[in-house]
Ligand binder design. Structure first.
Ligand code: R5P
Length: 292
């Protein structure tokens, strides 16, 4: 109970000192509400404005793929070194300790596997995302899919609506079917469709030619997926080029957890993404961490 006999008039009013306004480093997101920004500021590093997300959600469509057989053994030790984890709720609850204190990009759509036809997905309950304190809702968006384009875009718009209700931003994940070409023209369209429909961050693939066209025409941050396992130097080159061509980070899985030295690779990727380290130097970090 404050002492009501001693209510002093405040005098430190800072005349002549403009009120400090925090501006987000993330493009296209300066008009978001506090909760959205709070969650995004946990995903993207305050200093570099970039993120290294560790993706290990692959099991929801492909089962215990290489490197993810025992997530407690292979992935949990890496979590302290990433900025954000990208996973499904089942693995999160069963294997990831709630004490890791990392923002979660939650797989918010699911429905089919590689054994049938991908992208026929439905949504989780938004209360589930609130319960696990998700910082991002990740939604598969299959632009150009002859069967499920409409369904997945519908899922995206619905997720943006649900997330907005609770201040949780949406990550649009561009799912590129086998029959589609991952060139700049297609990726720019897919990313723009995600952003136009309200995605706050978009995840897509890097393309060798014209990636700047993809990043420049998307009004919100783009993070790149790593894709299939590459030689480590190639993966670092891809990350380096993507960052220098406008990406706000990586959401990388196989190129980290399928490496012969996952921790070394994680640290090397961080050096490229956050410190602008050249791939030829970053590869030394990977080698330096190599187990004897
Ligand atoms: C994408 O749909 C998967 O769910 C992964 O999250 C994503 O592809 C990133 O993992 P990777 O770097 O292995 O491609």
């Amino acid at each position: 109970m404050p002492d009501i006999d001693d209510v002093r008039q405040g005098e430190k009013v800072g005349i002549g000192v403009p009120q400090q306004t925090d501006t987000t480093l993330l493009k296209g997101l300066s008009h978001l509400d506090w909760g959205m920004k709070d969650r995004l500021s946990r995903v993207f590093d305050r200093k570099s404005g970039k993120t290294v997300m560790l993706a290990f959600d692959h099991g929801y469509i492909m089962g215990p793929t290489s490197g993810l057989e025992r997530i407690d053994l292979s992935i949990v030790p890496l979590i302290p070194f990433c900025d954000c984890i990208m996973c499904c709720r089942g693995i999160l609850r069963s294997v990831v300790p709630p004490t890791v204190n990392k923002p979660v990009s939650l797989r918010f759509s699911a429905g089919s596997t590689i054994l049938t036809y991908l992208n026929e997905e439905c949504l989780l309950d938004i209360e589930e995302a609130v319960r696990i304190n998700a910082s991002l809702l990740a939604i598969m968006v299959a632009v150009g899919d002859p069967k499920f384009e409409g369904l997945t875009i519908n899922n995206l718009t619905r997720t943006v609506d649900l997330g907005t209700r609770y201040g949780i931003p949406t990550l649009g994940v561009t799912a590129v079917g086998k029959e589609l070409v991952r060139d700049a023209r297609y990726l720019a369209m897919a990313c723009r469709v995600c952003a136009e429909n309200g995605a706050h961050v978009v995840k897509t693939y890097y393309c060798e030619e014209g990636f700047e066209q993809v990043t420049n025409t998307c009004p919100v941050p783009i993070v790149i997926a790593g894709g299939k396992k590459l030689p480590e130097l190639d993966a670092l080159n891809m990350a380096y080029r993507a960052i220098n061509e406008g990406a706000a980070g990586v959401d990388m899985g196989r190129n980290i957890f399928q490496s012969d030295n996952p921790l070394g690779m994680m640290l090397a990727v961080r050096a490229v993404v956050h410190d602008g380290e050249k791939p030829e130097k970053a590869i030394e970090i990977y080698k330096g961490q190599r187990k004897k």
